[in-house]
Design a protein around this ligand. Sequence first.
Ligand code: ADP
Ligand code: MG
Length: 348
Amino acid sequence: MIPIRYLAPLGLLLVVPVLTACNKAPQEYEDTQLIFGTLVETTLYDVDETTAEHAFTALREDFEYLHFIWHPWQPGPLARTNELLALGAEFSVNPSVLPVIERSRELSPASGYLYNPAIGKLLDLWGFHSDDLPKGPPPDAQAITALVEQNPTVDDIEIHGIRLKSTNPAVKLDVGAMAKGLAIDWELAELKDMGISNAVINAGGDLKVLGRHGDRPWRVGIRDPRAPGVLATVDVQDGESVFTSGDYERYYEYQGKRYHHILDPRTGYPADKSQSVTVIHPDAAVADAAATALFVAGPDEWYAIAKKMDLHYVLLIDAQGRIHMNPAMAERLRFLQPHETILLSEPL
Ligand code: ADP
Ligand code: MG
């Protein structure tokens, strides 16, 4: 998703990482930071400059810290945790990573394990644990099957206080499908604690809002997965987050086929039933994990998982470009162009 009013200056923001007062509205401040491989934009509305400066400093420090502790392949607490999990013996974990592990253990079973943060070894095998995109060919089919058969899940991790142990040597944690959500939840709460009532934290289109933008709600655009620009817009209410998973974020093509970064843990291959999934939910960690899980689920299975996760707003574009939604989501979205196939599910 891309907040509409940012579409044009997105490139510019990359080179203006300093505190900037926007000329559009009074007392509006923006800050951008490259974190989690994404440009994170924070917009504060109706605040004074001192508060904005203070808030941006705090957020920058926090995001950098979270980026460090959760990084899936660079040395740090999560990478160290993975080394120790692989040994199979009990160890004292760096407590900084406990909250994200706990949250993953709650959300993965809720998603029918389609959000599965224990498949780090599969992601390694596909070459996605690198700053550069893999070039192909895809990995050896037997190596993929071998990892899938070991069936690593968060349930294989035993936790007693800060003591951890994995009963399955195939477990390797990658919290990338939920980390942005959890981080945004925490940072938006921090802004609220600072007395800020109107704000957006937007990590490359995944976002959460506080309050309103003056006399109207924050309005964001949902990206078209196959064309540049916006598919639909939605007004986001106070405390809501909007998260999208798509096959266009990180992918490579090999012999005309697209291989992207969201894997179906049941097959070990990139999930091929969806182009993108958008979830609106008050809890950004839920929205993030759910968007990934429903992307894997695809048009036939998304509804059951959405029910299980207690979601109320889902949009799924399937591999054929057909649009699937629940009726409440359909009521909220404003499509920029008419669409031939819109399939409404039962209410969620
Ligand atoms: P993005 O980070 O692009 O917004 P997602 O939230 O869908 O997209 O997260 C995708 C990331 O999650 C991948 O880059 C990978 O690190 C990890 N991942 C891939 N497939 C799964 C899965 N089925 N369950 C959990 N994590 C996954
Ligand atoms: Mg996600």
